[in-house]
Design a protein around this ligand. Sequence first.
Ligand code: FMN
Length: 224
Amino acid sequence: MTTEDQRVLLLVGSPKAPGRSVSEALGCHVIEKMEARGWSSRTIFIRASLQSDGGQSTLLNAASNADLILLSFPLYVDSLPAPVIRAMELIAEHVLRKNARLVAIANCGFPEARHNNVALDICRRLADAAGLEWAGGLALGMGGALSGKHLRDQGPMAGKIIESLDLAVDALVGGESIPDEAVRRMARPIIPAVMYTAIGNFGWRRQAKRYGVKGKLNDRPYQP
Ligand SMILES: Cc1cc2nc3c(=O)[nH]c(=O)nc-3n(C[C@H](O)[C@H](O)[C@H](O)COP(=O)(O)O)c2cc1C
């Protein structure tokens, strides 16, 4: 099979609207680079596609035709968003291309990338269950510092991320798994952790003020 015949399917696992999520920005960078290497691509937003029978069959058909499925998602409660798990369960029940592969990119709000590790292990298990070859995963922390804009428009913060994704693309188009160096670069803090936490705290306080609950930030309503 020539490179021109190769198809990559980007599944965006964030429930945010198109153009708004870090998951989409990360996935789109990979897709563009793969297209430049002769691959054809398709992008599907999981939440929207599961909301109709037509959307669901479009997703399953696209998965059946893909040589590489790229799942890019936000970490939700140390796991994958529920629609992403549902989509992967549906895909696992479907006939897929021989030797098709799954690769995953997880991004989380905590500063440390390692919070994504369990979710990436779940993805590896889902790949096994679906009969997909696991091509590896990338974990990014400090997702709250990024936006849905194209990575090249997100300034120096995106530098290491772009380097990591470019290394990953090189490996994936060559039929290899994501290299350790790509995993390391993606896991590096994009700004100092103290700065990220300070900006995060400022953001929480500003939102609390806007919604009139500034004095309630330390409440513990579920504490027995
Ligand atoms: C319901 C919900 C649960 C979340 N759970 C976690 C979590 O367990 N750990 C974490 O580090 N971030 C968590 N986050 C933060 C998101 O992972 C983070 O904001 C991410 O960058 C969003 O990516 P997106 O723009 O692709 O949706 C959670 C966010 C939401 C809305």
